[in-house]
Design a protein around this ligand. Structure first.
Ligand code: AMP
Length: 174
């Protein structure tokens, strides 16, 4: 079995979490297996081989786990994009649509220098609203988005249609 198959096999489906009707993709069985975790980060890293990246940005909360490990491996700075009210300094904020209502994400205004090349990372692409809001925040900071990386993509939710202006990749598709 190749590494991606092994990683896929470890992802646990949890029905009706966090609410009825959602099939939650639980990635914690990847994280507590050091080989699978390392293989995941190595695969992410290989995809960035031809890119000049200055910063690696993770989306709260599972995006932090992959983005920070990748930042260590690639010797880059890590930048968090967080849920509202969590970042202590001056922030930019971006609202996005949820199934019911809206939510928002924030970034520190000085998180990256203008013109910096960034890699944006999250665990999962569903409808694409989260990743698009994160991308807009990076653009407000003057960042150039080289690539958006996801471990998992739920293709039936068509999130890629929101990310047409960006390069994106996903390792595992359902
Ligand atoms: P979306 O904005 O719809 O693309 O949702 C993506 C965000 O919600 C990511 O940060 C995911 O961590 C989380 N998410 C959405 N759906 C799921 C799911 N089925 N399993 C695990 N996480 C999910």
């Amino acid at each position: 079995m190749d590494s991606i198959e092994q990683i896929k096999k470890a992802i646990r489906d949890v029905p009706d979490f966090p609410k009825d009707g959602i099939l939650f993709k639980d990635i914690t069985p990847i994280l507590n297996n050091h080989e699978l975790f390392k293989n995941t980060i190595d695969i992410f890293s290989r995809e960035t081989n031809n890119l000049a990246i200055d910063y690696i940005v993770g989306i709260e909360s599972r995006g932090f786990i992959f983005a920070s490990a990748l930042a260590m491996l690639l010797n880059k700075g890590f930048v968090p994009i967080r849920k509202p009210g969590k970042l202590p300094y001056k922030t930019y904020s971006e609202n996005y649509e949820l199934e019911y209502g809206t939510d928002s994400l924030e970034i520190h205004q000085d998180a990256i220098p203008r013109g910096a090349s960034v890699l944006l990372v999250d665990d999962l692409l569903a409808t694409g609203g989260t990743a698009l809001a994160a991308a807009k925040l990076l653009e407000k900071c003057g960042g150039e988005i080289e690539l958006i990386q996801f471990l998992i993509e739920l293709t039936f939710l068509n999130g890629s249609s929101k990310l047409k202006s960006y390069n994106y990749s996903s390792l595992i598709k359902y």
